[in-house]
Design a protein around this ligand. Sequence first.
Ligand code: GLC
Length: 616
Amino acid sequence: MVVLTIKDKREICGNLVSAVLGDRGIDSFSYGEFFEGSPFLRIEKPSEVKVYEHRWSLEGIFRRYEGHGILEEFTSVYDDILIYELKRISGGPIELNLRGNLGIFTWFNPGLRKEIIRGVTFEAISERRAFQLSYNGTYYLRLETDHDVEVEVKEDRVEYAVRTDLSDGDKLVMCTVASSSKEEVKRRASWAMQNPSMVREKRRNMLEGLLSKIPQKPEGVHRDFYTYLWYVILTNRCVVERHPVLKYPFNMPSKYMFRHQWLWDSAFHSVVLSWYDQKLAEEELNNLFIAQKPDGRIPHEIFLSKHLCKAIWRIDDYSPWTTQPPVLAVALGILFEKYKNKKYIKKVLPYLIRYDKWFRDFRDNDKDQLMAYVDYLESGWDDSARWDLPIIKFKKNSQRYLGMYKRIRMAPVEAIDLNCLIYLQRKVIAYLCKELGGNNLACEFEELAEKTKNGILEHMWDEEEGFFFDVFEEDHSHIKVKTPAAFLTMFAGLAEREQVARLVKHLLNEKEFWTTFPLPTLSADDPRYNPRGYWRGRSWINIIWFTYWGLRRYGYDEVAEKLLKKTLNLMENSFTCNENYDSSTGEPLGAPDFGWSTLVLDMLMRKRPPLDEILA
Ligand code: GLC
């Protein structure tokens, strides 16, 4: 008997979470094409699988396994209907396990998890061959099979297990439809199940509409994969209704796991969207300005509901008390270089100026124009080894640091990437002020930018190692953790030529950063390096993007091309656009269909390094 498991049915679970919130009178949301999903089909003994095929088309996702006979799986989506169809072609019986979990939100909130589980019921209809899952009277899932099925809802998890034996010729169809009416769900589900080809056609039409406007394919990428990348960035877009902050459509980083708006993610999304449509690219940033706090801070993220924000951050707001890497100015600079839309810039520049002042007021205790991160999550590099020592230091003497910063969870770090971004932010502000005729402000920001640059060069370069390091704010001592954050000095164009030559040596060293999937977030020669560690060794596409353009800025075009090719090959081969990758094997990890990983499109299409004009 072969056991197959379909894991992580987050699209269903995500709706359960929403339903709970809706029940409590918290805003109701609509998610665009949120239901789209790949079901993560896993075979318990993967070593026994001989052939594995994965194809993607506008009609859905197709997978085929050979080894224990053949199983064919088809996924199709239209609107808010999701269908999985599993067909047994030949071979012995297969036992199928279907499991769902509620994703990260409920890790932080066991109370919410319990409540959801209590509300979930499975109901058998038509002699145990069809099932429906509901939460407090709202139906989410309908399942039909030619075979008897056993369903089980566990007590402590929403791990509904569906067990079935599929023999040759058998078929299992599962369909998710959200509706509060049982009749409606039945009607739509049975229509969809009886007319899978119409469902596929509708999906095709909808996607064709979206994809008909994508730019011409550049050289160096397969057509299918190129289209798939566009599909990812275009279908992650969502609309939230009646939300006090999320007033404009925006891109969720991933529809499965990261279901609200993040600051640096949206900046990256905007860069990619600028190749598609000016309005979408500008609109992607709008909520971030709306979210700006009276003191000038642009927050880290904007949650769909206060409830979840409170569960995770213990704060009665839609956003936590932190910011995130300030990539926003980079995005605005890129949009300006492309569109020269002075009207838009005039509107948003004041927000950016206030944001820079917020850094000066609240993230620079020693007033040296090098800003500090005071929280590991604020850095975007959540669990990076860069923060190990600062966290220990803070725990030992928290009173001292609480005297410097109102809220703080690690000893303040003047981070190399943060300050490269601050330098760029100031250069962008200066440039845009000049464009709008504000010469005094432009001079002020030029001066500020210079100070930050000089601080970086003076305190963060380590001549012996030939590398840039983060420094503690209190004494400017180096935190000697080698990471590709140092390569942002090339992106910002502030490293000296000799320094760049030494950085490139590290970059191309197989023992450091030139791993199978290049640029691990921790140098491979660090004892803490873990190729599967989140920000402790996996490879991320946004870091590759900064580095690629940094190399190009200094004329290392060949190295840049090698970096892009290596990255693209692995992504194309696995046909994935994941959140991150195992740096030693290239295995896709993290959330699938991840927004900023589509930055490879920008590397393929752009001719000159971004912000060239502004940094000239
Ligand atoms: C994770 C990442 C962070 C990112 C967020 C949304 O928390 O560490 O950098 O912004 O997910 O994608």
